[in-house]
Design a protein around this ligand. Structure first.
Ligand code: HEC
Length: 146
């Protein structure tokens, strides 16, 4: 074995392997960069979505809710609440009604506070949640109830 496997061969395998895997690395980087535009939905990033993110943050919705798994586990996941509560069309009216109704005051049920938000602010949160629901998460969360 030591007669046939020379230093030169070892060097070739070392350099050849390095070049080979570096080329694979470049190809995968190129592929990732190329598929970014179709994976993100930046095109629909409207003024309303941006305002909605601000309202969401100022009111600390994440202090009780999760958004795509991140946040607190006191209240339902909201990454897919649009699909759960009416879909594209009916979600805005649902959220307007929902925000006005809080707190529900059902005994034994976790309560959500009243935030006294304007209709515009609630519409903006709805747009933000609609935008979030379209992020490609490979199917997360796994079920409709979050
Ligand atoms: C103090 C904790 C708390 C905070 C803060 C909070 N929520 Fe909630 N939220 C809840 C709880 C608890 C529920 C479930 C209530 C129920 O089912 O009666 C809920 C439910 C909801 C639902 C309905 C979810 C569904 O599956 O139907 C929406 C939408 C929602 N919250 C939006 C918001 C938004 C927007 C904010 C920020 C402005 C917010 N929440 C902040 C506790 C909170």
């Amino acid at each position: 074995m030591s007669d046939t496997f020379t230093k030169g061969m070892a060097r070739n395998i070392y350099f050849g392997g390095s070049v080979f895997f570096f080329l694979i690395f470049l190809a995968l980087t190129y592929h990732t960069e190329k598929t970014f535009p179709e994976r993100s939905n930046q095109a629909q990033l409207t003024e309303s979505v941006i305002r909605g993110k601000g309202v969401w943050e100022r009111n600390n919705c994440i202090g009780c809710h999760t958004l795509l798994g991140e946040g607190a586990y006191f209240a339902p996941e909201l990454g897919n609440v649009v699909n759960r509560r009416g879909g594209e069309e009916a979600f805005k009216p649902f959220l307007q009604a929902w925000m006005k109704m809080q707190p529900l005051g059902v005994p034994g049920r976790r309560a959500m506070p009243q935030f006294h938000l304007s209709e515009q602010e609630v519409d903006d949160i709805a747009e933000f949640l609609k935008w979030s629901s379209k992020i490609n998460t490979n199917g997360w969360p796994p079920n409709k109830e979050g």
